[in-house]
Every structure is written in C-alpha cells, then in structure tokens.
Design a protein around this ligand. Structure first.
Ligand SMILES: Cc1cc2nc3c(=O)[nH]c(=O)nc-3n(C[C@H](O)[C@H](O)[C@H](O)COP(=O)(O)O)c2cc1C
Length: 150
C-alpha cells in the first residue's frame, strides 16, 4: 500500500508573480532531489495565497517529509486534509510536480469549480486529487509538445 497525505498551507513569501515563481522553482528543485532519495511522489498546487500538496510513498517517509515541510517558514498554518492508504501511486512520474496558477491553466481550475481563488477551508481531498491529476495531464502534454517541437 502507498500512503497518501493531502494538506494545505498559507504562503508567507511576499512579492509579485516573479518572486513567487522563483520561490516555487526553489521549492520544487529541493523537493525533487529529496523526494527522489525518499521515493516520494506527488503534486504541489500553488494558488498565490495557498499551497495544496499531495505526498505519496512509504508511510514513514511521507510523515518525515511532511514534518520537515510543515516547519518551513515559507508557509504557515499547514493543515492536513486527509491521509489514507491507496493501492498505487497517482503521480508515479513526478518526484514532485507543480503548477502555479497561471492564465493558461485557468480553464482547468474552472472545470473543477474554482472560478475564483481556492478556499482551502472548503476543500475536499478528492477535489484536490482530481484537480492535481488534470494539472498533471496538462503539464505532461505540454512537455510532450516541447519534446516534439525540439
Ligand atoms: C509548500 C512547500 C512544499 C514543499 N515540498 C517539499 C517536498 O515535497 N519535499 C521536500 O523534501 N521538501 C519540500 N519542501 C521544502 C522543505 O520544507 C525543506 O526546505 C527541504 O526539504 C529541506 O531540504 P534540505 O534539508 O535538503 O535542504 C517544501 C516546502 C514548501 C514551502
């Protein structure tokens, strides 16, 4: 069984889009290195004010990783939405995929009922997983397109 944890937290890094993009890139780069070592996969959604993340892997490693993340001063009020065991990874190809909310993914947010900013207090973990799966599919097709074009 694969352990899966879904949480949200509030971004504490100030600044405009550029600062946020840099922040997101730094987080993803360290995450990809550590998660490859710990066999953690998942997806990080960043909606300017809020982070929502799915972590999956061996139970002990997921807990250890979450505890480390929760202490990070780049966000606050980390709140677990759900933990469960799943038969297989949902994000097998991503040590940590991530998507900042940009205009090109707005349609995906809309399709999941997020016209405006995410309100994490009303989020259901299944909704998060469904949104992340579609964002993942979008990112994968975009990468595929880049490969074909080069
Ligand atoms: C929203 C958010 C998500 C993060 N996700 C991960 C993650 O999936 N894996 C990870 O190792 N670190 C993640 N981090 C970074 C950790 O908090 C921490 O800085 C990092 O693991 C420290 O790694 P190091 O000891 O190798 O420098 C995240 C940080 C934030 C703010």
């Amino acid at each position: 069984m694969i352990h899966q944890l879904v949480y949200y937290s509030r971004n504490t890094v100030p600044g405009g889009d550029r600062a946020m993009l840099t922040n997101m890139r730094e987080i993803l780069s360290v995450s990809q290195r550590n998660n490859a070592r710990d066999a953690i996969t998942g997806f990080l959604i960043f909606d300017t004010q809020w982070f929502v993340q799915i972590l999956e892997g061996e139970r002990g490693k997921v807990t250890e990783t979450y505890n480390r993340i929760a202490r990070d001063p780049r966000h606050a009020s980390a709140t677990i939405l759900n933990v469960r065991d799943v038969p297989a990874r949902l994000f097998p190809n991503w040590t940590m995929g991530g998507a900042m909310r940009t205009p090109d993914v707005q349609e995906i947010y809309l399709a999941h009922g997020f016209g405006g900013p995410i309100d994490p207090t009303r989020l259901k973990s299944e909704q998060v997983v469904a949104l992340a799966l579609d964002l993942q599919a979008f990112e994968e097709s975009r990468r595929q397109g880049r490969r074909l074009a080069s």
